[in-house]
Design a protein around this ligand. Structure first.
Ligand code: NAP
Length: 261
């Protein structure tokens, strides 16, 4: 893909860090006008500065995806800046890891409000403008935790499984308007969200389960975001794309006396 293959306005939630930041940078490099929307003002400022250093303009907006008024405000500011949002990348999210038996209800509610309801609110708001233009791209962040249970991930994994379901629903109800909705299920990607979790001990246990043999980078996910955001992806709709080094494809790595080399 070369520069200018992605036109229009891309709003990236969670754009102040990790996968959202990498997506914002790649989208800007390929020609999109990027809105960096996040709860974290310092993260927003850093991402906007990185995009400007690439020689592109970007707009930073403070946004709480779990608050409908804040979502409305972010889209109103986007529309004032460059016309309405053509590409929505829902990257804002949080991770809470606690055992099922002790999982606090307030943590469950907060996580669902950000990861799931936030994705719904931003998608619904974006779609209301996209249907008028009969064009749009919605890209949601699911996770391998939405397909495989992980210890302590009762709320996180459930929210991510629901994001794949929400994505199918968006695809069905918006497809006739020239809008596609897809999700990406990242594997183990080192970001601010996960770096503390990937200790040497965890990596040693995880790596044999990843055929690629290494953890992923935010740019690996951003590349998939750019494909799904492109006009060329017009017939991909309702799909959750695993970008996980083969983790979800893997079952037994040894059987009888035959062992994977
Ligand atoms: P990250 O580096 O922590 O970035 C997430 C960003 O979202 C942060 O800037 C965070 O701000 C922001 N945010 C949190 N709550 C928000 C809210 N209510 N409204 C707006 N922004 C909010 O995490 P990441 O690893 O890039 O993750 C991005 C997405 O990918 C998430 O949905 C995550 O679940 C998903 N994912 C990540 C991985 C992985 O291995 N990293 C794997 C699978 C899926 P604060 O800094 O203030 O919290």
């Amino acid at each position: 893909m070369t520069k200018n293959e992605i036109n229009g306005v891309a709003l990236v939630t969670g754009g102040g860090s990790g996968i959202g930041r990498a997506s914002a940078l790649q989208l800007a490099a390929k020609g999109a006008s990027v809105v960096v929307a996040d709860l974290n003002q310092q993260g927003i400022d850093e991402t906007v500065a990185l995009i400007q250093a690439q020689g592109h303009e970007a707009l930073g907006i403070k946004l709480d995806v779990s608050d409908p008024q804040s979502v409305d405000n972010a889209f109103a500011l986007t529309n004032d800046w460059r016309g309405s949002c053509d590409i929505l990348v829902n990257c804002a999210g949080i991770l809470v890891v606690q055992p099922l038996l002790d999982f606090p209800l307030d943590a469950w509610n907060r996580l669902m409000a950000i990861n799931l309801t936030g994705t719904f609110l931003c998608s619904q708001r974006a779609a209301r403008d996209m249907v008028k233009k009969r064009y749009g791209r919605i890209i949601n962040m699911a996770s391998i935790s939405g397909s495989r249970a992980g210890v302590g991930r009762v709320a996180y994994g459930t929210s991510k499984a629901a994001i794949s379901g929400l994505t199918r629903q968006l695809a069905l109800e918006l497809g006739a308007y020239g809008i596609t909705a897809n999700a990406i299920a990242p594997g183990a990607i080192v970001t601010a969200m996960t770096e503390a979790a990937y200790t040497d001990v965890t990596r040693a246990k995880l790596l044999p389960m990843i055929p690629a043999g290494h953890l992923g980078e935010a740019d690996d996910i951003a590349s998939a975001v750019c494909y799904l955001a492109s006009p060329q992806a017009k017939y991909v709709n309702g799909h959750t794309l695993a970008v996980d080094g083969g983790y979800l494809a893997t079952g037994m790595t040894q059987t009888g006396n035959l062992e994977l080399k």
